[in-house]
Design a protein around this ligand. Structure first.
Ligand SMILES: Nc1ncnc2c1ncn2[C@@H]1O[C@H](COP(=O)(O)OP(=O)(O)OP(=O)(O)O)[C@@H](O)[C@H]1O
Length: 262
């Protein structure tokens, strides 16, 4: 199911202080996801202002798989939800190609229809397609994530990784140009993790039109990425090709270990 479809936006537990509504500039050429100078703050029940994102900017080229990394609590999921349009930034501008889809960390929050076929077809109901067109889109999308043999399977019989792929197929069936994937591998065992990430990589390689931003903690997943954004304490501190970001993070980790040992 596509959680970015109209009427599905949700709110954070605590509301942002205020919502900026800037005029929308045009996309830069060949860029699918852009954020400029994004701030996001919340006010606590005690009325205290807490900044979560601080002047975050990023640009992700069309057709690429990028990772969003950083320590726990640095703001990755918040930034992803703002890019998805589920939350509004306090300040700054977001430009993301449409249709776009946000895929949840826990597939049980997203894959809810009785069968695989029904779940992938769910979002197509509002598009005024014939039954044959719906079936074709469902089959093509399941094929793209390596799940075409599971058409009639009850969703409760699927593994976590298979449910994630069904959720991604739902987004593809709606012709999503941008996939925003929130720590999909958190609940998966190792073989499911690699299965999901390879499915995403394969579909990007095949389509060239879909762009994906993947939130993760796992440095080893960077080997599948074209590029990455690394965050700390609500800020983007490094972005670029996957090898440069990997080296940057490894250098940080080894200097941290040196400090502990000294
Ligand atoms: N509604 C909220 N109320 C209070 N604090 C919040 C709220 N939403 C997010 N935060 C705080 O904002 C910070 C960023 O959270 P976020 O979930 O974006 O981080 P993250 O990098 O995705 O973390 P993780 O890797 O642990 O999933 C955290 O310190 C979190 O506690």
């Amino acid at each position: 199911m596509n959680l970015c479809a109209p009427g599905r936006a949700s709110s954070p537990y605590l509301a942002p202080l205020h919502v900026a509504r800037p005029t929308r500039p045009n996309f830069s050429e060949n860029i699918a996801i852009e954020g400029h100078n994004l701030d996001f703050s919340i006010t606590t029940r005690q009325g205290k202002l807490v900044p979560i994102l601080k002047d975050c900017s990023l640009r992700i080229p069309s057709g690429q798989l990028w990772m969003l990394l950083g320590p726990n609590g640095c703001g990755k999921s918040t930034l992803l939800k703002i890019l998805a349009g589920l939350w509004n930034p306090t300040n700054g501008t977001v430009l993301v190609k449409r249709p776009k889809s946000y895929v949840f960390q826990n597939p049980d929050h997203q894959v809810v229809m009785p069968t695989v076929e029904a779940d992938v077809a769910f979002g197509l109901g509002r598009l005024n397609l014939t039954d044959d067109e719906v079936r074709l889109r469902v089959l093509k999308s399941l094929d793209a994530v390596g799940m075409s043999e599971y058409l009639q399977r009850p969703v409760q019989t699927l593994s976590g990784g298979q449910k994630q792929r069904v959720a991604i197929a739902g987004a593809l069936a709606e012709a999503c140009k941008v996939l925003l994937l929130d720590e999909l591998t958190t609940f998966l065992d190792e073989s499911d993790q690699i299965g999901v990430i390879k499915a995403v990589k394969n579909l990007l390689d095949k389509s060239r039109e879909v762009t994906a931003l993947w939130v993760t903690h796992r440095l080893e997943e960077l080997e599948y990425a074209d590029g990455a954004v690394y965050m700390e304490d609500g800020r983007v501190v490094m972005d670029g090709d996957a090898a440069s970001v990997t080296n940057f993070i490894k250098a940080k980790q080894s200097s941290y270990i040196d400090q502990i040992n000294s």
